[in-house]
Design a protein around this ligand. Structure first.
Ligand code: NAP
Length: 474
């Protein structure tokens, strides 16, 4: 029986779902999958993007772990595609590669003042509070008034973490440096700005409701923002999610303030114009133009300019993908150009053997679960494209290990992840916390590689397709 030797680059949900779907699929070939990630630990944005106080979403890790632990996938963490392993290496060792590298950078924003001291991308801050090993340990939390631009769930995450009392985060896995940084924060007012209205927000009801439940935080909304036009009224009447969001927002209009030490202000109809310099090269204010509905779900400027004094601005206007060595990249959209997961070159021709899934395929929208249908499409095309797979010169499973060893790559494997996982659970236990994350990359690698670096042998694993039933790809 033919065997598909598949490399997947990116061990987040997108990569793991793709592996799982392929393993469960009805197919006429055997499969052996190696999963690479530049980070020493798996799970991508679930570990480094989901907020620490969202254990329900973090719980997805349980399902992802089951897939990794099925014994059918080898994990190679701490391996940088393009440096430790190249496209030529992949062609020498595999029949195909799926890129599932996601979108982890902040989208750019073209307003004056965006580069001032105190102007940050939300993704950087999220990486910091989630203990990402590649961002600086310290975050400048020394501002009393802060703006967050955007009306998506990331904006709410950032606003919530900024406003929430640090002690209320102590039950979570936040690293010590994050706790002490948040503990010292003098913030009193967090202002969230949306360029459209309350009926056009992108965040979800659970996440919005959560803001109103924060200890020692008063919610502030403004009556002038709640005069729905015809399109908004229709959206509220016909869309259950918008109906609920609207109900929650309206409940805050009449809720008395409690004199809490922090306030979370929601401003709508506010199109960013400028981040204003305080005269020293730092953020001094956020300037915006008041907008109004244009009758088609969009907005137009009213010409009325307003300014709110703030000392820091976080833009949470979306993530953006990063280019990968020797792989086509759409610089405008921040994705790998593709047709249903099959990568396309500049002339729209298929690049044989190269596939994409997840946010790097379709852009940074949708919840984690949406990545599954995405992976299904990519895997179906990969499976049906057997005639165009690469023919590797070194297809045996040991040869890639020899390659990494010969280059001195300190890769981490599944056993290593289990060790790091146990270690982090152990760090949390004395304080009654579920886990405390290790942040330092070297420490992550050292803990992971502390035992024998033995990669799970796929051949010994139970046949997952037999255990969970198979799925049809066509
Ligand atoms: P998002 O949902 O696309 O929201 C982006 C927000 O930024 C929108 O309100 C958008 O406004 C605004 N925006 C974009 N460009 C702007 C500009 N130039 N000026 C002002 N505002 C601008 O993106 P996200 O918040 O990064 O989230 C990404 C995905 O991850 C979403 O699917 C989200 O639900 C998911 N996520 C989920 C959770 C959770 O479930 N708890 C947590 C985090 C992220 P317009 O609508 O007007 O374009």
């Amino acid at each position: 029986m033919t065997k598909l030797r598949l490399a997947i680059v990116g061990a987040g949900p997108a990569g793991i779902y793709a592996a799982d779907i392929l393993l469960k699929a009805e197919r006429k070939f055997d499969v052996s999958i190696d999963l690479f990630d530049h980070l020493p630990a798996p799970y991508g944005l679930v570990r480094y993007g989901v907020a620490p106080d969202h254990p329900r979403i973090k719980g997805i890790i349980g399902a992802l772990r089951d897939v990794l632990d099925s014994g059918r996938i080898r994990l190679f963490g701490n391996v940088h595609y393009g440096r430790d392993i190249t496209l030529d290496d992949l062609k020498n060792h595999y029949n195909a590669v799926i890129f599932a590298t996601g979108a982890v950078r902040d989208a750019g924003m073209a307003v004056p003042g965006i580069d001032l001291e105190g102007s940050y991308g939300a993704a950087e801050f999220v990486s910091w509070y989630d203990g990402h090993p590649d961002v600086p340990r310290d975050w400048p939390l020394r501002h009393r008034e802060v703006a967050v631009i955007g009306n998506g769930n990331v904006a709410l995450d950032v606003a919530r973490i900024l406003a929430k009392p640090a002690d209320d985060l102590l039950v979570t896995e936040i690293p010590e440096n994050v706790y002490s940084g948040l503990m010292q924060s003098p913030v009193t007012d967090v202002h969230v700005f949306g360029r459209r209205g309350p009926a056009q927000v992108k965040f979800t009801p659970l996440e919005l409701r959560e803001l109103g439940e924060l200890n020692d935080v008063d919610m502030v909304v403004h009556d002038e923002d709640f005069e729905p036009d015809e399109a908004s009224r229709l959206a509220i009447e016909t869309n259950k999610q918008i109906f609920v969001l609207n109900k929650v927002l309206n409940s805050w209009r009449t809720r008395p303030r409690t004199g809490a030490s922090r306030r979370l202000h929601l401003h709508f109809w506010a199109k960013p114009l400028e981040i204003v310099d305080d005269g020293t090269g730092s953020v001094g204010a956020f300037r915006y133009e008041r907008t109004r509905p244009d009758g088609q779900g969009g907005v137009e400027g009213t010409g009325e300019i307003r300014e709110v004094p703030v000392q820091a601005v976080y833009r949470a206007i979306g993530y953006f993908g990063s280019p990968l060595d020797e792989i086509p990249f759409d610089r405008r959209r921040g994705v790998i150009p593709n047709r249903e997961g099959q990568v396309l070159d500049d002339d729209d021709q298929l690049v044989h053997g190269v596939y994409a899934t997840g946010w790097i395929k379709r852009g940074p929208v949708g919840l984690i679960g949406h990545t599954k249908s995405d992976a299904m499409e990519t895997v179906r095309n990969l499976a049906n494209d057997q005639a165009n797979w690469w023919i590797p010169s070194s297809a045996d499973e040991q040869s890639v290990i020899e390659l990494l060893d010969s280059r001195g790559v300190e890769y981490t494997d599944l056993g290593g992840w289990h060790r790091l996982d146990q270690h982090e659970l152990g760090l949390g236990a004395p304080a009654g916390r579920g886990r405390v994350k290790v942040v330092d990359r070297d420490e992550m690698v050292t803990v992971s590689r502390a035992g024998d670096v033995a990669v799970a042998d796929g051949a010994d694993g139970p046949d997952r397709a037999e255990r969970v039933g198979s799925i049809a790809l066509t």
